[in-house]
Structures are given as C-alpha cells and as structure tokens.
Design a protein around this ligand. Sequence first.
Ligand code: AMP
Length: 400
Amino acid sequence: MVILILNSGSSSVKYQLWDTKSTGMLAKGLVSRIGIDNPKLEHRAGDKKYDYCPDGKIDHNDAVKLALDALVDSEHGIIENIEQIDAVGHRVVHGGEKFAESALITDDVIDAVKECIPLAPLHNPPNLMGIEACQKLMPNIPQVAVFDTAFHQTMEPYAFIYALPYDLYKTQKIRRYGFHGTSHYYVAHRAAEFLGKPIEKLKIITAHLGNGASMTAVKNGKSVDTSMGFTPLEGLVMGTRTGDMDPAIVMFVMEHMNMTPADANNFFNKKSGILGISGKSNDIRDVIEASESGDMQAKLALDVYTYRIRKYIGAYAAAMGGLDTLVFTAGAGENSPFIRRKIIRNLEFLGIKIDEQKNESAIGITMDISTDDASVRTLVVPTNEELVIANETEQIVSEI
Ligand code: AMP
C-alpha cells in the first residue's frame, strides 16, 4: 500500500511517502515557513533532490499541494499521479481520552480532535489544517489519525490523576496524558522482538531523549506511567523545557519578574531546560563540548539532565515491581554513548550494567549494550514513528 504520512505543524509540514509492501520510504520532504515570508520546499526521493522557494506567503493547503506536486513531478517525483496514493496517515498530537487507538478520519473524528484543541492549542489546529488540506486535494483517499497520546491511555487513574480537586479532572480534563506515544510504542515492541521475548511478559522502561524528552514504563506491552503530563512540559529536563519543578515557582516568577501567563509559558517551555541551565545551547552536543572545555554551567546542565533520567529509571522500576529492559532512543539516546554512560552510573543495584565497548559502538543502530551478566538488558533502538503511522494506516484502511 502506498501511504502518505503527514506531520503538519504550525509553520511547517513534514511528509514521507511509504510503500508498505516492498521498499519502505520512497520520498520525504519538508515545507517550512508556512504563514511567514520566504517559504521553502525541500524534497528528496532516493538520490533526487529538489528545493523550491515559492513567492509570497503560503498556507497549509498550499504546503500540502507543493508536496503532492513534488511527489508526482516527472523529474524529481516518485509516482505518476495522486491516485497512486492509497491512504494518508496523519500524526495528531492530542486525542484526549477519546482515542486509545488510531482512527479512520470521519466528521465525528474531526469534531473529537477539535474538542481537544484546548488541551493542545499549538498542535491540534495545524494537525487539523493538514487533514483539511488532504480532504480538499485528495477527496477520495482515506485518511487515518495516529495520536501521540493514544498509547498512554492504558494508565490507571492513580498514575494519571493529579492531586487537585477532582472536579478539575471532570470539568477541565486536567490529568496526565503523556506524549511521544508512537515512539514509546515502537521502541518497546522492537526491543521485545529484538530480544525474542513476548512483550506481554516484559517490564520495559523506554527513554526517548530527543530535543523533547520523555520516559515510559511499559508493563506487559501497556504504558503504565509516563513522564510527560497534562502538557509536554512535565518530566525530564529537555532542550528548552524545565520538566518537573515546584509549581510555586510559576507564581513566584510571574509576580517577581512581571510575567503574564503567556510570558511564563514561553519562559518555561522555550528558555529553560538544558538551554536555561547551560546558558549556551539546547543541543546536548554543544553542551557536552562546552563542558569538556571546562564550562561549569554546561557540566551542571548535563548533571541535572542525566540525574533526572536516573531518578525516573528508579521510579519506574518501582512502579512496575521490577525491570527487564531499558531502552534508549531518539537524538541523544540513539547517538550519545557519553549520555548513556552518565545516566546508568550507580544503577548496578537494579541489574543495569553496560559494556563500554558495546556502548561506544551503538550509534544509530539497534544493539544490546549490556554486559553478559547484567540481569537487565539495556538496548539502543532507533525510533521510527513513521513506520508506526504507516502500519496503523494500512491496517485501518485495509479493514474498510
Ligand atoms: P531529536 O529530537 O530526536 O531529533 O533529537 C535532537 C537532539 O538530540 C539534539 O538537539 C541533541 O540535543 C541530541 N543529540 C543528537 N545527537 C546527539 C549526539 N551525538 N550526542 C548528544 N546529543 C545528541
């Protein structure tokens, strides 16, 4: 089945074209600077490269049209016409409590995604714009929504309820939702497959350590707890987000630094985290380099970042009553032996021991980096959210 995968954000649309039967990914691209000046299309199909800068401002509909035109172009395209696309799979950030699984897009599904806009005001509206553009440009092609929150819908109330008046859960829908669900789902299943063990019998901790970062406790194949919460701000220290902190700090800085709610939102989401502590960069590679040349704030940022992850490993082992497998994925998880080594320091008591040589060679590949005698298998597993979206879309569309 030929599937177009769309990740439609506020100012960009990322796309991939997949053939699920044979070749995997056929083409990919990015339309950036939507709604502002100097928009750009970057399209890649095998070794064919095509960049194009349209005149004036473009909207999401124009962006999807640019992507489709590039895919069918006689020179740099990969298919002859749009009808060759069998289905479209959309990444949708927030499915609230309505969606524990992916869904064929219907008017009801669109209404339900709209109902979740207050929970994800920056993400669901552009996701919907991508869906609407495809409905307009490819009216006869079925579309599927794959939700970032869906995998975590298996959490028990004691894991997702905040200690607030219970009414806020009922009236405002305030609870832990969790994000990066597609990635946690993929790497947990891939880890079980790699180990040759049924996921239903494993206690797995997945650590998605990208610019956004989160961890999940996956017990018997189900998400039982996850570090991101009502929004992606909670949990681990991230590139620019605080992760966990005393909520009183919010009121304190608003009062003492004269911040509006919007200022505070920006401050804790965009100016904090690794960038905030180091004062240098949100990119861990830059911060490692600065730390190695003696920068104390950079060193501190890495210490706080890795210590937080180590604490969550302990917490999730306790939450699951044990641990079989620890999985590292995404930017730093897949590519940084240094960060992995720093995280697992002093975790031998849990059975986590890594072989330094294996750790050094596990860069962007699936690999078991544990010592032979470790009771917990520590794996590096490159994430592949597009593969999950392609598979989910294929499964749902083939059942129509
Ligand atoms: P992602 O969001 O998964 O694309 O991850 C991007 C982030 O991963 C970057 O901003 C870096 O902080 C981190 N990263 C990527 N490669 C490395 C590396 N080799 N060493 C340390 N951090 C890395």
